[in-house]
Design a protein around this ligand. Structure first.
Ligand SMILES: C[S@@+](CC[C@H](N)C(=O)[O-])C[C@H]1O[C@@H](n2cnc3c(N)ncnc32)[C@H](O)[C@@H]1O
Length: 217
């Protein structure tokens, strides 16, 4: 089992991770190297949920906020419609370099566009719409991302956000370590807001570090 914080019972998480189809070799390598280096990448059980959404949705266009080493973009690219593409935004130049190497190694440069930018700046300055938006950048800014993304998602499109239960702390009443207080409050506010947003149908899954899935009606 991955040695990372888990928000559900460890036995349940291990069972699910051991039972799900493993990653293809090239993705597993990127995943395992990232974990070894302490670079956060999506957990297998969260990936398998997102995979099914992509299979059902068959997206032409995907936006990712938070590219890191390109792991999720590479994974998502398997489920694009023909000629479809992914725009993935990252503000750390070291991550951008790593993502470029991984994407080039797998000859996916035509499908995955890496954008070096602050996620909020990117969202404020574009004029296009996406079928899927995956929010996985600064957790304290999810509300701002969602506000802007709500106008950038096609009808029937899906906005997915990762880490929304942040190590289980979002559900833990007032027993939050002081350092994480603001972040946890922001995530609670974010979840409260999106679950009440009538333009979307939203579910919250205790999978990985918590996923919210919001379908634009
Ligand atoms: C959790 S990692 C992304 C992991 C990736 N989606 C995956 O699962 O393979 C979050 C990434 O978001 C980037 N990030 C954080 N704040 C950002 C911001 N304000 N704008 C753009 N990228 C940001 C970080 O540098 C980091 O690489």
């Amino acid at each position: 089992m991955e040695k990372r914080f888990s928000i559900v019972n460890n036995d349940v998480e291990k069972y699910i991770q051991d039972t799900l189809a493993p990653l293809k070799m090239e993705l597993k390598l990127i995943h395992d190297n990232s974990i070894k280096e302490g670079i956060p990448v999506a957990k297998l059980e969260a990936l398998r949920v997102m995979e099914n959404i992509l299979i059902l949705k068959k997206p032409f266009s995907i936006l990712e906020l938070g590219c890191a080493v390109g792991f999720t973009s590479i994974f998502f690219s398997q489920y694009l419609k023909e000629d479809g593409y992914i725009d993935t935004v990252e503000n750390d130049s070291d991550m951008i370099d790593r993502a470029r190497i991984n994407i080039k190694m797998l000859a996916l440069e035509d499908k995955i566009n890496i954008i070096y930018a602050e996620a909020l700046d990117y969202l404020k300055n574009i004029n296009k719409k996406y079928d899927i938006i995956f929010i996985d950048a600064a957790k304290g800014q999810y509300e701002g991302y969602f506000d802007l993304c709500s106008n950038l998602i096609n009808d029937g499109g899906v906005i997915i956000a990762d880490n929304v239960l942040y190590r289980g702390m979002v559900a833990k009443g007032d027993k939050i370590p002081h350092r994480q207080n603001t972040l946890v409050e922001r995530l609670r506010h974010f979840l409260n807001k999106i679950t009440k947003d009538e333009r979307f149908s939203t579910s919250i899954l205790s999978v990985g570090d918590g996923l919210s899935i919001s379908v634009k009606k």
